[in-house]
Design a protein around this ligand. Sequence first.
Ligand code: 0A1
Ligand code: ZN
Length: 880
Amino acid sequence: MDIVSTPATAEDNLQMADAPPEPKAPAIIQRKDYKPFPWLIPQTHLSFELGLEKTRVTATLTVERNPEAEASPTIRLNGDGLKLGEFKCDGAKCSGHTMDGDDLVVTLEGDSHTLTIVTEIDPSQNTQLMGLFASGGMLCTQCEAEGFRRITFFPDRPDVLSTYTVRMSAPNAEFPVLLSNGNNTDSGEGEGGTHWAEWHDPWPKPSYLFALVAGDLVANSDSFTTMSGREVTLNIYVRDGDLPRTEHAMESLKKSMVWDEETFGREYDLDLFNIVAVSDFNMGAMENKGLNIFNTKYVLADPETATDGNFDAVEGVIAHEYFHNWSGNRITCRDWFQLSLKEGFTVLRDQLFSQDMQGEAVKRIEDVRVLRSVQFPEDSGPLAHPIRPDSYREISNFYTSTIYNKGAEVIRMMRTMAGPDAFRKGTDLYFGRHDGEAATCEDFVRSMEDGAGLELEQFRRWYSQAGTPVVEAVLVHDGDTAALTLKQTVPPTPGQVEKQPMPIPLRIALFDRATATHRGEELVMLTDAEQTFTYEGFAEKPVLSINRGFSAPVTVRRDIPQDELVFLAANDDDPFARYEAMQDLVTDYLTQVAAGSQDDAMRAAIGEAFAAIMQDGDLEDAMRGELMILPGETYLAEQVDAADPGRIHEARQGLKAWLGETFGDQLRALHDRANNVPYGQSAEARGARKVKTLALTFLAAADADGTAKRAAGQYDAADNMTDRQGALMVLAGLNSPERTARLMDFYNRYRGDELTIDKWFATQAASLHPNVIEHVKALAEHPDFTMRNPNRVRSLYMAFAANPQGFHAPDGSGYKLIADVILALDPINPQTAARFVPYLGRFRRIEAGRAKLMRAELERIAASPTLSRDTHEQVSRSLG
Ligand code: 0A1
Ligand code: ZN
């Protein structure tokens, strides 16, 4: 329900007449308007004279008419903020060109030409971090999605594939390392202390995969022999002091290379694979052909400064970028509407890899947690879009959890329906059929139909319909028959009011209560709005376990008695379903408490399940931890219509305190036991670290003083960042002398270490401390804080925006803070600024008082006359 928005009246419109003219809304790009580009660019030669403040770029393009496209007398070369220096056609000055906005449009008569274009750019002023930019004295590029047009004029679209040759020259002392895609073909000394290098990439690629790096870097070098015997040199380039922290990334890279050969039959295709780590980066990393550029956060890791979560993230992101070499680079996207073709598929590939490295059960639970806390809210809000959108204004806004995570779930469902072997046949066909092409999601689906033997006609709706389907499940027992009735609804989303039923693959099992066994799992396909499935031979009513392994990205509402949930939480042999039973139990209870009713019997049932989990000797600690984690506040808020974040927070804290109080002795014993496990990377040691800090979080809610001492003890004894940051996180939420002392210690210990100081900011901004807003405001004044570094901005402000307690302060001060951040950041880095908008955009799901304040902040942002295209699009969609 729309709580606060009122339709504009004629009077509103009259009042608007005196207002300054609205900034012109950026054009809408539609998927249906796709047309092949009329020109081919077989060869691209780029010559860079590099400097931090002045870089001169000479681009030489061979252009030919595209026989497969409608002929055009002009060629449009995209630009963004570029000034044209020289322009030549076939070596001669020519007048047949004109600027159209930011683009260069050239009139060409014959069928093939050579265009020479000179531009000059200032990387030091590039705070957007798109195109060529400076970071810590080095130069590097980010071209996806539309950054290449900030370097030179070019048809900057993913379906124009070209073979690149790059020459760079630069002062030797400042930039001893010069890198680009492909292979280093030549290098030498130039005049006046300069040197140069030439690189050639034999694989035709779109401009978004172009990359260049110049800087004073050192490499961790290794090698890998591929399955057909190709010897590949591997380098991870970092700043001098960071070399010791690159070992884990290198190991992850080699594991990824083996895994992709074994699991998907994909082999690396160059003699060189370079990774460069950079401190200033908008996203996690980028898969440029042969030259991946990474946010330092996803490369550098050692036990002293990286948590177990950081180690896993490095492994996952290294794999993700490496896997793009096939799913993204060898086969790229025809247009940006197909983004999920490469991103959804590559996320699935990295998830399967990490499942194989770390254990399937826990990884699956973690992935579902991310999906539910980020993608589900997106899918139920004003920014909901299908995994293959129909339109956009700014493509950067579509690098979303829906494209990535829901995209991965959709392909995972195909795998579930086909089985892993047939799925592999489908992917083999896809890679073989479309190698070297710019493909579409439809191409992928067709390969799955032909290769995996799936019938996917109705399944295509997963590509076109937004919104998380809701499945209601009712099991009725009569005689010896169990009848399962499933009903689905797909909620309306912006621009899509009516929805068609989706095919939903649900793995189910029916448990015999007495023996806690079942007859085997079954895959049920729900294809209609409502269907009933019957099962014979059940003398007693069985217990339904449904959506095992989270086989479909849907919300299941099951009509199930509480004691059956307790049974499943204790007995389900599917680890995800067991976790889910516990989550449902707690979610039901907490949403009721937040709505004002307290059911002590329900709480007791949760206590019983919680105690069983703590005592279960067969459980590994990593899984024990998953079962103990209470559902997050954002997820809980999603379960009700007009959520009151304050009451949800209180309810959740109340349950934590009750569990901490009731099971204090067991939790302290668990903490002590885990504390005695020495540091290591074994599953046992990692699991112990997870339950150790978790135990503290429950204890802290019940007994602040006692737990402050215990947490301080963990902090002081820590020989790794997982324990240290875990303890600091608990302390940061408490009002105690231990808090201040350990926060100071942490800062002094890691001063100057960017990634670790990010943790220091984030831990305070995410804390449960009642004064968190004041803390965040004070931290913004800290000399180490800067709006120019996206990691730092995220560590302070995104941690805060995701902290319901601070962000949803009833007086609206949290909303104002984030709106101020958006307005201040937008002129510096619009891409990062726009990523804050969804937090305010969720107002329709929040109770009326807060919703009004959130909306008012969005309107304040919308009133700014100078908004970027990124922020403008997100704010106007949110206000919708
Ligand atoms: N393709 C990258 C994500 C990415 C997208 C845009 C960027 O621009 C700032 C950077 C990276 C990936 O999926 O890893
Ligand atoms: Zn990706």
